[in-house]
Design a protein around this ligand. Sequence first.
Ligand SMILES: Cc1ncc(COP(=O)(O)O)c(C=O)c1O
Ligand SMILES: N[C@@H](CCOP(=O)(O)O)C(=O)O
Length: 478
Amino acid sequence: MQYVSTRGGVPAATYSEIVLQGLAKDGGLFVPKEYPQVSRETLESWRGLNYAQLATAVTSLFAKDMNRSTIAHLCESTYTSEVYCHGREGTDFSKIVPLVWLEKDLAILELSNGPTLAFKDMAMQYLGALFEYILSRKESRLNILGATSGDTGSAAEYAMRGRKGIQVFMLSPAGRMSAFQKAQMYSIEDKNIFNIAVRGSFDDAQDVVKAVSRDLDFKAEHHIGAVNSINWARIAAQVVYYFSAWLQATESPDEEVAFSVPSGNFGDILAGWIAKNMGLPVKQLIVATNENDVLYEFFRSGRYRVRDSAHTFVTSSPSMDISKASNFERYIYDICGKNPNRVTELWDELGQKGEFLLDSDEWNRVKESGFTAARSTHADRIRRIRETWEKHQFLVDPHTADGLNAAEQMRLPGVKTICLETALPAKFAATIKEAVGFEPPIPAGYEALLSLPQRVTEMDPNVEEIKAFLSSRDRDAE
Ligand SMILES: Cc1ncc(COP(=O)(O)O)c(C=O)c1O
Ligand SMILES: N[C@@H](CCOP(=O)(O)O)C(=O)O
């Protein structure tokens, strides 16, 4: 399978080649030329597989230049109940992503039982093993530069800590994350991990990552790689759990389900869109936003209007405080009939005016694509956490609450709707306490986290200064 850039300016490449590149050299994002197809017969034949086997089957469709037995080895060492065991007491961790029914047609897909208690662990643990495998064959090294609004950072650091040939430089928005999220990242002592708190928002941090990636000489000299969902391998690994959820929720091959997905950088729900394009019977993809509602506005109007840092609110679902969703470009590429010229035109317009409006044919394709959206406020979130607890004795985190809230507003009668649990409540104690009056349970092993010493460097989101920081640490490591 060949991968091309959404902007059309680079030669086609294979999975192993794009995994270490992150952003394409023309500033676009890598996408497969065509999505692999999964027939209903194949889908049915996957019902008996465990999660590692399913991940092997799905990943093999995307990583055609890798040996299937290598993929199987990576998946089997990653997707174990010893790694994904940090969730609620009594959970069947052998399923890796257990589906829990709250009501007849409403379920939660537990994606946050991994080591950093957020859905990012699902793809990131695999990426850690994959990077190490590829680097060992090339005798090369990798400096990962990433941006986080709270969860990608810790997931990447936990997945990469101590790995040979890898250093992580993670930019986080100073003062905009929960106490638990900060402690998870900043308490890591491994020598290959560097935390930089930038004075600004997640979008400012992500802009720095993209600017550094566009400096091709710097990127080559310092072996810069990406762990954000601009890296296709992250998205492909996230596709797997949509298949798992569907297999757990249905009994017949044609049954369509809906997914409600707390969204920010649009990577999680994009994986659902890809699963649908591969043939998974998906009726509806519900984009749940918080008060930072750029995506909600788009799916209501066809107008994509990004906001600057000053207009990106700090909310009680902080990991979704994003106003420029990277992966949205991959979706628009599909909506434009995979036409890189049109994508380039729209993103040029976005750069100049801060917004673009789709033409009527494109907007019709959006309306036919199965996407819909709903937004939540702090009050909605608090009410949803409280009601879910009172009605089902199931404690959800603020992001998952946004997903449940959107599902409640948008779901169709008779269609099983699956809400993705993107983090555990333990990460957001203050909001949980406000909602239910008590603090969430802290999973075993994390009790002392908040009192550990923290190590972080504060900087402006200045591309040159961050490049200088990285190159000096890169030289030290050589
Ligand atoms: C807890 C949580 N929920 C939701 C999201 C939004 O996911 P995405 O950025 O893939 O849209 C994030 C961040 O990515 C997150 O950390
Ligand atoms: N919410 C994310 C933001 C980055 O998203 P990614 O999927 O592109 O890595 C976070 O928690 O950091």
